[in-house]
Design a protein around this ligand. Structure first.
Ligand code: OSB
Ligand code: MG
Length: 375
Protein backbone atom coordinates (compact mmCIF):
# COMPACT_ATOMS: atom_id res chain seq x y z
CA UNK A 1 0.00 0.00 0.00
CA UNK A 2 1.37 3.36 -1.01
CA UNK A 3 0.27 6.16 1.31
CA UNK A 4 -1.26 8.73 -1.04
CA UNK A 5 -2.85 11.08 1.45
CA UNK A 6 -3.55 11.56 5.13
CA UNK A 7 -6.32 13.75 6.51
CA UNK A 8 -6.36 14.60 10.20
CA UNK A 9 -9.46 16.20 11.73
CA UNK A 10 -10.67 17.24 15.08
CA UNK A 11 -14.36 16.62 15.76
CA UNK A 12 -16.34 18.18 18.54
CA UNK A 13 -18.81 15.64 19.89
CA UNK A 14 -20.99 16.03 22.95
CA UNK A 15 -21.59 12.98 25.13
CA UNK A 16 -25.27 12.42 25.98
CA UNK A 17 -24.38 12.71 29.65
CA UNK A 18 -21.25 13.68 31.58
CA UNK A 19 -18.83 10.85 32.48
CA UNK A 20 -17.04 11.16 35.83
CA UNK A 21 -13.86 9.29 36.74
CA UNK A 22 -11.45 9.78 39.65
CA UNK A 23 -9.55 12.25 37.46
CA UNK A 24 -12.41 14.46 36.28
CA UNK A 25 -15.65 14.92 34.38
CA UNK A 26 -15.93 14.74 30.58
CA UNK A 27 -18.83 15.88 28.45
CA UNK A 28 -17.48 17.59 25.36
CA UNK A 29 -15.11 15.27 23.53
CA UNK A 30 -12.43 16.54 21.16
CA UNK A 31 -11.95 13.52 18.92
CA UNK A 32 -9.23 13.15 16.30
CA UNK A 33 -10.00 11.06 13.24
CA UNK A 34 -7.34 9.92 10.81
CA UNK A 35 -8.30 9.17 7.23
CA UNK A 36 -5.63 7.54 5.09
CA UNK A 37 -5.86 6.80 1.37
CA UNK A 38 -3.55 4.14 -0.06
CA UNK A 39 -3.86 2.65 -3.57
CA UNK A 40 -7.24 4.38 -3.78
CA UNK A 41 -8.57 2.64 -0.64
CA UNK A 42 -9.72 4.73 2.34
CA UNK A 43 -9.04 3.64 5.93
CA UNK A 44 -10.13 5.23 9.21
CA UNK A 45 -8.55 5.40 12.65
CA UNK A 46 -9.36 7.29 15.84
CA UNK A 47 -7.00 8.86 18.35
CA UNK A 48 -8.27 7.99 21.83
CA UNK A 49 -6.37 10.64 23.79
CA UNK A 50 -8.34 12.65 26.31
CA UNK A 51 -8.78 16.41 26.29
CA UNK A 52 -6.48 16.75 29.31
CA UNK A 53 -3.43 14.72 30.45
CA UNK A 54 -5.22 13.07 33.38
CA UNK A 55 -5.54 9.44 32.21
CA UNK A 56 -2.08 9.39 30.64
CA UNK A 57 0.15 12.17 29.33
CA UNK A 58 -1.33 12.38 25.84
CA UNK A 59 -3.99 14.91 24.90
CA UNK A 60 -5.93 15.80 21.76
CA UNK A 61 -3.42 18.59 21.15
CA UNK A 62 -0.24 16.56 21.75
CA UNK A 63 -1.56 13.91 19.36
CA UNK A 64 -2.31 16.57 16.73
CA UNK A 65 1.26 17.84 17.10
CA UNK A 66 2.90 14.40 16.99
CA UNK A 67 0.86 13.22 14.00
CA UNK A 68 1.32 16.46 12.05
CA UNK A 69 4.98 17.11 12.74
CA UNK A 70 6.48 13.65 13.19
CA UNK A 71 4.29 10.75 12.01
CA UNK A 72 2.90 12.12 8.76
CA UNK A 73 6.29 13.18 7.33
CA UNK A 74 7.59 9.65 7.94
CA UNK A 75 4.66 8.00 6.15
CA UNK A 76 3.48 10.12 3.28
CA UNK A 77 4.40 8.59 -0.10
CA UNK A 78 5.84 5.46 1.56
CA UNK A 79 4.99 1.99 0.34
CA UNK A 80 4.20 -0.87 2.77
CA UNK A 81 3.36 -4.50 2.34
CA UNK A 82 1.35 -4.54 5.55
CA UNK A 83 0.03 -2.20 8.25
CA UNK A 84 2.36 -3.85 10.77
CA UNK A 85 5.33 -2.36 8.92
CA UNK A 86 4.46 1.17 10.02
CA UNK A 87 5.87 0.48 13.46
CA UNK A 88 9.51 0.53 12.40
CA UNK A 89 9.06 3.95 10.76
CA UNK A 90 7.73 5.59 13.91
CA UNK A 91 9.61 3.68 16.62
CA UNK A 92 12.08 6.58 16.91
CA UNK A 93 9.24 8.71 18.28
CA UNK A 94 9.22 7.93 21.98
CA UNK A 95 5.85 7.10 23.47
CA UNK A 96 2.75 8.86 22.12
CA UNK A 97 1.06 5.52 21.49
CA UNK A 98 -2.39 7.04 21.07
CA UNK A 99 -1.17 9.29 18.25
CA UNK A 100 0.54 6.32 16.56
CA UNK A 101 -2.49 4.05 17.03
CA UNK A 102 -4.84 6.50 15.33
CA UNK A 103 -2.74 6.29 12.18
CA UNK A 104 -1.74 2.63 12.33
CA UNK A 105 -5.31 1.46 12.79
CA UNK A 106 -6.34 3.32 9.62
CA UNK A 107 -3.68 1.27 7.77
CA UNK A 108 -5.14 -1.94 9.22
CA UNK A 109 -8.55 -0.91 7.89
CA UNK A 110 -6.97 -0.43 4.44
CA UNK A 111 -5.08 -3.74 4.52
CA UNK A 112 -8.25 -5.62 5.47
CA UNK A 113 -10.19 -4.02 2.60
CA UNK A 114 -7.39 -4.79 0.16
CA UNK A 115 -7.49 -8.43 1.21
CA UNK A 116 -11.29 -8.38 1.14
CA UNK A 117 -11.42 -9.49 4.77
CA UNK A 118 -13.23 -8.16 7.83
CA UNK A 119 -10.59 -6.58 10.08
CA UNK A 120 -11.41 -9.10 12.82
CA UNK A 121 -10.37 -11.94 10.50
CA UNK A 122 -7.21 -10.18 9.33
CA UNK A 123 -6.20 -9.83 13.00
CA UNK A 124 -6.78 -13.54 13.52
CA UNK A 125 -9.99 -13.17 15.53
CA UNK A 126 -12.40 -16.06 15.74
CA UNK A 127 -15.50 -14.73 17.44
CA UNK A 128 -18.62 -13.72 15.52
CA UNK A 129 -20.05 -12.10 18.64
CA UNK A 130 -18.31 -10.37 21.55
CA UNK A 131 -19.40 -10.05 25.19
CA UNK A 132 -20.18 -6.55 26.45
CA UNK A 133 -19.97 -4.85 29.80
CA UNK A 134 -20.44 -1.21 30.75
CA UNK A 135 -18.31 1.29 32.62
CA UNK A 136 -20.37 3.54 34.88
CA UNK A 137 -19.11 6.97 35.89
CA UNK A 138 -19.10 8.14 39.50
CA UNK A 139 -22.58 9.23 40.75
CA UNK A 140 -23.74 11.52 43.47
CA UNK A 141 -25.17 8.81 45.71
CA UNK A 142 -25.22 5.02 46.05
CA UNK A 143 -28.99 5.10 45.38
CA UNK A 144 -28.55 6.82 42.03
CA UNK A 145 -25.80 4.36 41.12
CA UNK A 146 -28.00 1.35 41.96
CA UNK A 147 -30.71 2.80 39.72
CA UNK A 148 -28.23 3.21 36.87
CA UNK A 149 -26.94 -0.36 37.29
CA UNK A 150 -30.51 -1.70 37.14
CA UNK A 151 -31.04 0.11 33.83
CA UNK A 152 -27.88 -1.33 32.26
CA UNK A 153 -28.67 -4.86 33.44
CA UNK A 154 -32.11 -4.60 31.86
CA UNK A 155 -30.35 -3.87 28.55
CA UNK A 156 -28.55 -7.22 28.85
CA UNK A 157 -25.01 -6.07 29.72
CA UNK A 158 -22.98 -8.96 31.13
CA UNK A 159 -20.67 -7.08 33.48
CA UNK A 160 -20.91 -3.83 35.38
CA UNK A 161 -17.83 -1.76 36.15
CA UNK A 162 -18.07 1.06 38.68
CA UNK A 163 -15.70 3.98 38.66
CA UNK A 164 -14.47 4.70 42.20
CA UNK A 165 -12.35 7.28 44.03
CA UNK A 166 -11.57 7.95 47.70
CA UNK A 167 -14.81 8.93 49.43
CA UNK A 168 -16.91 7.38 46.67
CA UNK A 169 -16.01 3.74 46.91
CA UNK A 170 -17.00 1.27 49.65
CA UNK A 171 -20.57 2.56 50.24
CA UNK A 172 -21.27 2.64 46.51
CA UNK A 173 -19.95 -0.86 45.87
CA UNK A 174 -21.77 -2.20 48.96
CA UNK A 175 -25.11 -0.76 47.80
CA UNK A 176 -24.78 -2.25 44.31
CA UNK A 177 -23.66 -5.63 45.65
CA UNK A 178 -26.53 -5.72 48.14
CA UNK A 179 -29.09 -5.08 45.41
CA UNK A 180 -27.44 -7.44 42.88
CA UNK A 181 -25.72 -10.24 44.82
CA UNK A 182 -24.66 -12.35 41.84
CA UNK A 183 -23.80 -10.04 38.93
CA UNK A 184 -20.29 -9.84 37.50
CA UNK A 185 -19.07 -6.62 39.13
CA UNK A 186 -15.76 -4.78 39.01
CA UNK A 187 -14.31 -1.39 39.96
CA UNK A 188 -11.87 1.02 38.32
CA UNK A 189 -9.93 3.58 40.36
CA UNK A 190 -7.84 5.18 37.58
CA UNK A 191 -4.84 5.49 39.90
CA UNK A 192 -6.65 7.32 42.70
CA UNK A 193 -5.06 5.44 45.62
CA UNK A 194 -1.60 4.76 47.05
CA UNK A 195 -0.11 1.71 48.70
CA UNK A 196 -0.83 3.42 52.02
CA UNK A 197 -4.53 2.79 51.29
CA UNK A 198 -4.02 -0.99 51.35
CA UNK A 199 -6.22 -1.57 54.42
CA UNK A 200 -8.99 0.50 52.88
CA UNK A 201 -8.71 -1.34 49.53
CA UNK A 202 -8.77 -4.69 51.34
CA UNK A 203 -12.32 -3.85 52.42
CA UNK A 204 -13.36 -4.42 48.80
CA UNK A 205 -12.44 -8.11 49.14
CA UNK A 206 -15.78 -8.94 50.77
CA UNK A 207 -17.80 -7.96 47.67
CA UNK A 208 -16.62 -10.78 45.40
CA UNK A 209 -15.46 -8.43 42.66
CA UNK A 210 -14.17 -9.74 39.37
CA UNK A 211 -11.28 -7.28 39.62
CA UNK A 212 -10.06 -3.90 40.77
CA UNK A 213 -8.65 -1.94 37.87
CA UNK A 214 -5.54 0.25 38.22
CA UNK A 215 -5.86 1.28 41.89
CA UNK A 216 -2.31 2.71 42.19
CA UNK A 217 -0.09 5.17 40.25
CA UNK A 218 -0.45 5.15 36.49
CA UNK A 219 3.20 4.35 35.73
CA UNK A 220 4.16 2.00 38.57
CA UNK A 221 3.90 -1.74 37.95
CA UNK A 222 6.03 -2.73 40.96
CA UNK A 223 3.78 -1.08 43.53
CA UNK A 224 0.81 -3.08 42.17
CA UNK A 225 2.82 -6.26 42.75
CA UNK A 226 3.14 -5.27 46.41
CA UNK A 227 -0.60 -4.59 46.67
CA UNK A 228 -1.65 -7.78 44.86
CA UNK A 229 0.12 -9.81 47.56
CA UNK A 230 -2.01 -8.10 50.20
CA UNK A 231 -5.49 -8.21 48.70
CA UNK A 232 -7.64 -11.09 47.48
CA UNK A 233 -9.39 -9.23 44.68
CA UNK A 234 -7.64 -9.67 41.33
CA UNK A 235 -5.85 -6.54 40.15
CA UNK A 236 -6.34 -5.61 36.49
CA UNK A 237 -3.79 -3.21 35.02
CA UNK A 238 -4.87 -0.54 32.56
CA UNK A 239 -2.74 2.66 32.60
CA UNK A 240 0.51 0.80 33.44
CA UNK A 241 0.61 -1.39 30.33
CA UNK A 242 1.89 0.49 27.27
CA UNK A 243 3.43 -2.44 25.40
CA UNK A 244 3.98 -6.18 25.55
CA UNK A 245 7.17 -5.95 27.64
CA UNK A 246 5.18 -4.13 30.31
CA UNK A 247 2.72 -7.03 30.22
CA UNK A 248 5.58 -9.53 30.60
CA UNK A 249 7.02 -7.60 33.53
CA UNK A 250 3.65 -7.16 35.26
CA UNK A 251 2.84 -10.85 34.95
CA UNK A 252 6.29 -11.98 36.10
CA UNK A 253 6.13 -9.65 39.12
CA UNK A 254 2.61 -10.80 40.02
CA UNK A 255 1.34 -7.23 39.70
CA UNK A 256 -2.00 -8.29 38.20
CA UNK A 257 -4.11 -11.30 37.32
CA UNK A 258 -5.98 -9.64 34.43
CA UNK A 259 -4.98 -7.07 31.81
CA UNK A 260 -7.17 -4.56 30.00
CA UNK A 261 -6.05 -3.94 26.41
CA UNK A 262 -6.70 -0.54 24.87
CA UNK A 263 -5.64 0.00 21.28
CA UNK A 264 -4.64 3.60 21.87
CA UNK A 265 -2.68 2.99 25.04
CA UNK A 266 -0.48 0.33 23.41
CA UNK A 267 -0.04 2.03 20.01
CA UNK A 268 -2.42 0.15 17.70
CA UNK A 269 -3.42 -3.32 16.54
CA UNK A 270 0.11 -4.65 16.00
CA UNK A 271 1.20 -4.14 19.60
CA UNK A 272 -2.26 -4.90 21.01
CA UNK A 273 -2.03 -8.35 19.48
CA UNK A 274 1.39 -8.85 21.09
CA UNK A 275 0.01 -7.88 24.48
CA UNK A 276 -2.83 -10.32 23.87
CA UNK A 277 -0.38 -13.09 22.94
CA UNK A 278 1.89 -12.54 25.96
CA UNK A 279 -1.12 -12.72 28.26
CA UNK A 280 -2.44 -15.82 26.53
CA UNK A 281 0.92 -17.56 26.94
CA UNK A 282 0.73 -16.91 30.69
CA UNK A 283 -3.00 -17.72 31.04
CA UNK A 284 -3.82 -14.12 31.95
CA UNK A 285 -7.26 -13.21 30.54
CA UNK A 286 -7.69 -9.88 28.75
CA UNK A 287 -10.61 -7.65 27.85
CA UNK A 288 -11.03 -4.58 25.68
CA UNK A 289 -11.13 -1.23 27.44
CA UNK A 290 -12.85 1.88 26.15
CA UNK A 291 -11.97 5.58 25.95
CA UNK A 292 -15.40 7.10 25.20
CA UNK A 293 -14.74 6.50 21.51
CA UNK A 294 -16.79 7.56 18.54
CA UNK A 295 -17.95 4.82 16.18
CA UNK A 296 -14.60 4.58 14.41
CA UNK A 297 -12.70 3.71 17.59
CA UNK A 298 -15.57 1.49 18.69
CA UNK A 299 -15.41 -0.47 15.40
CA UNK A 300 -11.68 -1.11 15.89
CA UNK A 301 -12.38 -2.26 19.45
CA UNK A 302 -15.00 -4.71 18.21
CA UNK A 303 -12.53 -6.23 15.74
CA UNK A 304 -9.77 -6.60 18.33
CA UNK A 305 -12.14 -8.18 20.86
CA UNK A 306 -12.61 -11.20 18.58
CA UNK A 307 -9.12 -12.57 19.44
CA UNK A 308 -9.19 -15.80 21.42
CA UNK A 309 -7.89 -14.56 24.79
CA UNK A 310 -10.49 -11.78 25.09
CA UNK A 311 -12.41 -14.05 27.44
CA UNK A 312 -13.91 -11.40 29.73
CA UNK A 313 -16.66 -8.92 28.76
CA UNK A 314 -15.11 -5.62 27.65
CA UNK A 315 -16.08 -1.96 27.97
CA UNK A 316 -17.25 -1.83 24.36
CA UNK A 317 -20.91 -0.91 24.48
CA UNK A 318 -23.66 0.50 22.25
CA UNK A 319 -23.13 3.79 20.39
CA UNK A 320 -26.45 4.95 21.83
CA UNK A 321 -25.10 4.96 25.40
CA UNK A 322 -22.76 7.80 24.42
CA UNK A 323 -23.97 9.55 21.30
CA UNK A 324 -27.28 10.87 20.02
CA UNK A 325 -25.85 10.36 16.51
CA UNK A 326 -22.76 8.23 16.08
CA UNK A 327 -20.57 8.81 13.02
CA UNK A 328 -20.81 5.25 11.65
CA UNK A 329 -23.55 3.30 9.91
CA UNK A 330 -24.95 1.10 11.25
CA UNK A 331 -24.29 2.23 14.82
CA UNK A 332 -22.83 -0.29 17.24
CA UNK A 333 -25.80 -2.08 18.78
CA UNK A 334 -25.97 -4.54 21.64
CA UNK A 335 -28.22 -7.60 21.65
CA UNK A 336 -30.56 -8.48 24.54
CA UNK A 337 -27.92 -11.04 25.55
CA UNK A 338 -25.35 -8.28 26.00
CA UNK A 339 -23.29 -9.02 22.91
CA UNK A 340 -22.20 -7.19 19.78
CA UNK A 341 -22.35 -9.07 16.48
CA UNK A 342 -19.09 -8.68 14.63
CA UNK A 343 -19.58 -7.21 11.16
CA UNK A 344 -18.41 -9.32 8.23
CA UNK A 345 -17.94 -6.57 5.64
CA UNK A 346 -14.31 -5.91 4.63
CA UNK A 347 -12.25 -3.53 6.81
CA UNK A 348 -13.77 -2.13 9.99
CA UNK A 349 -17.11 -3.22 8.58
CA UNK A 350 -19.04 -0.04 9.34
CA UNK A 351 -19.49 2.94 7.01
CA UNK A 352 -18.26 6.36 8.12
CA UNK A 353 -20.98 9.02 7.76
CA UNK A 354 -18.94 11.58 5.86
CA UNK A 355 -21.51 14.34 5.90
CA UNK A 356 -21.91 14.13 9.65
CA UNK A 357 -18.13 13.95 10.11
CA UNK A 358 -17.79 17.10 8.01
CA UNK A 359 -20.43 18.87 10.12
CA UNK A 360 -18.68 17.97 13.36
CA UNK A 361 -15.20 18.90 12.11
CA UNK A 362 -13.69 21.96 13.77
CA UNK A 363 -10.13 21.61 12.44
CA UNK A 364 -8.64 19.77 9.48
CA UNK A 365 -5.23 19.18 7.91
CA UNK A 366 -4.40 17.32 4.73
CA UNK A 367 -1.17 15.85 3.35
CA UNK A 368 -0.74 14.51 -0.14
CA UNK A 369 2.11 12.46 -1.59
CA UNK A 370 3.84 13.75 -4.68
CA UNK A 371 2.70 11.96 -7.79
CA UNK A 372 5.22 9.27 -8.68
CA UNK A 373 7.30 9.92 -11.77
CA UNK A 374 6.13 7.65 -14.55
CA UNK A 375 2.93 6.79 -12.73
O1 OSB B 1 -10.05 3.69 32.66
O2 OSB B 1 -11.28 2.53 31.39
C1 OSB B 1 -10.90 3.63 31.78
C2 OSB B 1 -12.97 6.38 30.06
C3 OSB B 1 -12.01 7.36 29.92
C4 OSB B 1 -10.75 7.16 30.41
C5 OSB B 1 -10.42 5.95 31.04
C6 OSB B 1 -11.36 4.94 31.15
C7 OSB B 1 -12.67 5.19 30.69
C8 OSB B 1 -13.77 4.23 30.82
C9 OSB B 1 -14.87 4.34 29.82
O3 OSB B 1 -13.86 3.44 31.72
C10 OSB B 1 -15.03 3.12 29.01
C11 OSB B 1 -15.93 3.36 27.82
O4 OSB B 1 -15.49 3.93 26.81
O5 OSB B 1 -17.08 2.94 27.92
MG1 MG C 1 -9.45 1.78 33.36
Amino acid sequence: MRIESITLRELEMRLKSPFETSFGVTQKRRILLVEVIADGVTGWGEVTAGEAPFYNYETTDTAWHIISDFITPRLIGKDFRAAAEMESLVSGIRGHQMAKAGVENALWDIEAQQKNLPLSKLLGGRRSEIACGVSLGIRESPELLVEKVAGELSQGYQRIKLKIKPGKDIDFVAAVRKQFPTIALSVDANSAYTLGDRDHLRRLDEFGLLMIEQPLPWDDIYVHAKLQKQIETAICLDECINHSQHAEAAIELGACRIINVKLGRVGGHTEARRVHDVCEKHSIPVWCGGMLESGVGRAHNVAMSTLANFTLPGDVSASQRYWANDIIEPEVVVTRQGTIRVPDAPGIGYTVRRELVEQLTVKKKHWKAEVMVGA
